[in-house]
Design a protein around this ligand. Structure first.
Ligand code: DX5
Ligand code: ZN
Length: 218
């Protein structure tokens, strides 16, 4: 079964504690936390004070997805704010190898995210160093977008590369994940499914997380 990682981008920021507590007692494995800078993506999400508030309440693995240019100066700060996994975008890092080593040296697991148009084989020379590959199944920037079908194929190619290179990286999928595609994503090789609107727009988010998880059984 896949790990379910609710994205707090779709949470109610006026009642953040309530949504964090819901995730704490749910079948979710991770918290997925989206940081956007208005430069790499055409949207701004939230910054350090919110991350601090989440960190104080969240009792599960904290997976931070950085949609920002030039993440290097903030790596240590994210570590201090409780990040277990820190994921940067392939397209945002000129010296990706250095960035990945810095994340690991700071004591976190390192992830690299790929935009829908980015070929997974570009990770061939770094995949052995990665703990996570994040396959974006929408263009990053917003919750509630439509799932891109080519993602299944991309996950399979990522899985092949991981096996070929004997990498331990997990495959995460983010964007438009719901009950209609969760099973097929797991079948294609996804280990971690991020879900924002599917969880938080559900009448019963706890039940939705449980269903998403059960659906991924293969
Ligand atoms: C989009 C973010 C996602 C987003 C997913 O750029 O990276 O994590 O919250 O939201 P849904 O599940 O609604 O597509
Ligand atoms: Zn995300």
């Amino acid at each position: 079964m896949a790990i379910i990682a609710p994205s707090i981008l779709s949470a109610d920021f006026g009642n953040l504690n309530k949504d964090i507590e819901m995730i704490n007692k749910s079948d979710a494995g991770w918290f997925h936390i989206d940081v956007m800078d208005g430069v790499f993506v055409p949207n701004i999400s939230f910054g350090f004070p919110i991350l601090d508030a989440v960190n104080k309440k969240a009792e599960k693995i904290k997976d931070i997805h950085l949609m920002i240019v030039n993440p290097d100066p903030y790596i240590e700060t994210f570590k201090n704010l409780g990040a277990d996994y820190l994921t940067v975008h392939y397209e945002a890092c000129i010296h990706l190898h250095r960035t990945v080593q810095e994340i690991k040296n700071a004591g976190m697991k390192a992830g690299v995210a790929l935009n829908p148009h980015t070929n997974v084989h570009l990770l061939e020379d770094i995949i052995e160093d990665l703990d996570l590959v994040l396959v974006m199944s929408v263009n990053p920037g917003f919750g509630g977008q439509k799932f891109i079908q080519n993602t299944y194929n991309k996950i399979s190619l990522t899985k092949e590369l991981i096996i070929k290179k004997n990498s331990k990286a997990l495959i995460q999928v983010d964007g438009g994940v719901n009950l209609d595609n969760a099973h097929q994503l797991a079948e294609a090789g996804a280990d971690v499914l991020v879900a924002g609107s599917a969880v938080f727009n559900a009448t019963n988010p706890l039940e939705m997380i449980k269903k998403l998880k059960i659906t991924t059984e293969i």
